[in-house]
Design a binder for this molecule. Sequence first.
Ligand code: FE2
Ligand code: FE2
Length: 196
Amino acid sequence: MNQQQAEHLAKLSLSQKRLQHTLNVREMAVQLAKRYGADVEKAAVAALLHDTAKELPKQEMLQIFAENAIMADNAPQRPSPVWHGVCAAILAKTKWGVDDEEILSAIRCHTTGKPGMSTLDKIIFLADMTSAERSYPGVEQLRKLEMEDLDKAMVAALEMTLDFVRKSGKDVDMVSMQTLEDLTHKQDQGDSAYEK
Ligand SMILES: [Fe+2]
Ligand SMILES: [Fe+2]
C-alpha cells in the first residue's frame, strides 16, 4: 500500500471534517518521522489509515471483531473509544492488503499507546494529538515537546489523555495506564537500550 492508495481509502471512509484531521495528522507524522529518522512513507500511510474505522457504527465494529477474533484480541472488552484503531488495523490487514506490521501496530495503538511502543507508534500517537486543527489547552506545549523529546512528549500526552478521560467520567483503558507506566519506568532508568 502506498501513500496515494491510503489517501484514496481515507477519502472513501471519512467525512470531510475527519478527512481534514487525517491529512493534518499525516503532515505532522511526516514532520516527526523526518525529525526522528523514521520511515516517512510508513508514517504517512499509517497516518492516512489511522481513523478509517472511526465512522463505522459500533455494531459493525463488533461484527468485524467477531469475524477476526485473534486479531481483535480483547478489544471488545476495552472502552469503545479504543475500538476504531484496532478495527482499522484489522481492515487494513484483511481487506486492504497492508502487511507491514509496523504500520498495523501504529494504527492499532494510536488511541492508547501500548507498552514497548516503537518510534513509529509514538509518532502516530503524537501526530494524532497535535495535528494542525487541534486547539485544546496545552497543545502548543506538546507540539514543542514532541520535536525535542519523543518519550517526554508521550508521557505528557498520555497524562493529558488520562486526565481528560477521568474528568469526563469515562472508563480508563488499562493499556493507556500500562503504557504510561512503561514509559515513565524507562525514563527513570535513563536507559536508552529500550529504545526501539
Ligand atoms: Fe482515532
Ligand atoms: Fe485521529
